[in-house]
Design a protein around this ligand. Structure first.
Ligand code: BTN
Length: 265
């Protein structure tokens, strides 16, 4: 249940291109932190790395939440991981399930993708703190099936549990957790880091990742894919990996494929 008094309005739309886009416009116009935008359908839902997030009407939760963190943009980049923890907590309370996290932003249930998080930051003119961060959350709730491209990877609460959960209860849980996160960020990091480490099932697996820029991951400057063993989550939520030569490095950006997940063998 949400407290009677909270900062920020909760706006619900029948259809938008992307709740993140709508909230970015509101943020530029001065919307208060805690403002949330929810849509029943998105026509151009966005995922990380330029992907789309398929958002059919009344089948998923599409929610964006505004943060105005008082910290450096580098620190604010950790918000994707904090929000992943908040989403898992909300789903546990509202649905009694125990989701896991695929580094960095996929929410998994039974090793399939139940949802994802896309945080978009505007640094504005100031190097000291971001102008705003829009945290976008998509959860598959009532889908009965997915397109051939997604069926090896995506799932819904209905498919995994055979239950039709209340959208309202999940949304109330998400907003309550995001309000708490807004108060906690960035000072109360320890509990989010501990929880992220507990929930991130990527650790302990072999991962493949793209060496997108020369030496970015500290594993040499070759372009192309590299594989390494994911051995932990560092204090900045980056993924600590060790390659076959015993060299440790930290993945901070981009995507990892996890052996044994989403059809990667
Ligand atoms: C991902 O899986 O890469 C992230 C998916 C994020 C989807 C949500 S749905 C609400 C918000 N609006 C968007 O356009 N994207 C996010």
């Amino acid at each position: 249940m949400l407290p009677g008094r909270r900062r920020g309005e909760i706006l619900v739309f029948d259809e938008v291109d992307s709740t993140n886009n709508v909230l970015k416009h509101l943020a530029i116009e001065g919307a208060a932190p805690g403002t949330a935008v929810i849509a029943l359908k998105q026509t151009a839902g966005k995922g990380r790395l330029g992907r789309s997030f398929i958002s059919p009407e009344d089948e998923g939760i599409y929610l964006s939440y505004l943060l105005r963190p008082l910290c450096s943009p580098e620190k604010a980049a950790e918000l994707t991981s904090w929000v992943s923890v908040a989403v898992c907590s909300a789903l546990k309370s509202a649905c009694g399930i125990s989701p896991e996290i695929k580094w960095v932003n996929d929410i998994l249930l039974n090793r399939m993708k139940l949802g994802g998080i896309l945080c978009e930051m505007s640094v504005g003119g100031s190097p000291d703190k971001p102008e705003y961060v829009v945290a976008g959350i998509g959860i598959n709730v009532l889908q009965k099936s997915f397109s051939p491209e997604l069926e090896k990877k995506a799932t819904s609460l209905l498919i995994e549990t055979r239950k039709r959960f209340s959208f309202d209860a999940i949304i109330a849980g998400l907003i309550a957790e995001l309000d708490r996160l807004s108060d906690d960020f960035p000072d109360n990091k320890e509990q989010y880091l501990e929880e992220y480490r507990r929930l991130c099932s990527t650790v302990g697996s072999t991962v493949a990742f793209e060496n997108r820029q020369s030496g970015e991951n500290g594993l040499g400057g070759d372009d192309g894919y590299r594989t390494a063993f994911a051995e932990g989550i560092a204090d900045d939520f980056s993924l600590a990996v060790r390659d076959e030569n015993g060299n440790q490095s930290f993945i901070r950006t981009g995507e990892v494929s996890v052996r044994g997940l989403y059809g990667y063998v």
